[in-house]
Design a protein around this ligand. Sequence first.
Ligand code: COA
Length: 177
Amino acid sequence: MFKPINTQRLILRAFAPEDTLTFATYRNHPAVAKLQMWENYSLENARNLITQMQELGQPTQHHWYQIAVTLEGQLIGDLAFKLEDRQAELGYSFDPQFQGRGYATEAITALLEYAFSTLALHRIHATTDPRNTASIRLLEKLGFRKEGHLLENLWFKGVWADDVLFGLLAREWRATR
Ligand SMILES: CC(C)(COP(=O)(O)OP(=O)(O)OC[C@H]1O[C@@H](n2cnc3c(N)ncnc32)[C@H](O)[C@@H]1OP(=O)(O)O)[C@@H](O)C(=O)NCCC(=O)NCCS
């Protein structure tokens, strides 16, 4: 089972069935869904994802593993993590009510520490839409390096869209600690 991670203000923990409604509600918020792959995020989508996460139990090679971010017991966001040998891809979404207060930075900092120390990963990468300025700012603040701008590499909501690729090596992470 995924062992909860405590930060100064937050707890990162496994998803539970009680998270279903809050999870579906903020994922459906237009500001959250706009630059993500989904159009509508139904209760059934949320229920299925939480069931899959319970079956996986912990970050597992070649699967996305979603982690709940909670503040005083309330779900405020999620982090996604896909392990590929000693590398991983990172994803994240936060409830708009809880954005702009450093929670995403705090949660991802803890996840990166877990990934590079406990899981001994070598590199983590993330891709984001070039229009997603909040996401790009967040990655740069965390120390991610822009590795490339991929032109029209994604069929996204009816058009070819660009992606920006960011990477962070374990040694780069340690150099900032
Ligand atoms: C991308 C996303 C997670 C960014 O979250 P966020 O809430 O902006 O991130 P944070 O709150 O950690 O940091 C941002 C701001 O909080 C401010 N902040 C306030 N209090 C803070 C604190 N105690 N510590 C750190 N930052 C704080 C920072 O100044 C920062 O602003 P700046 O970037 O202008 O410097 C969020 O916009 C989101 O969920 N978007 C929708 C989903 C999405 O697009 N996901 C990405 C897919 S690739």
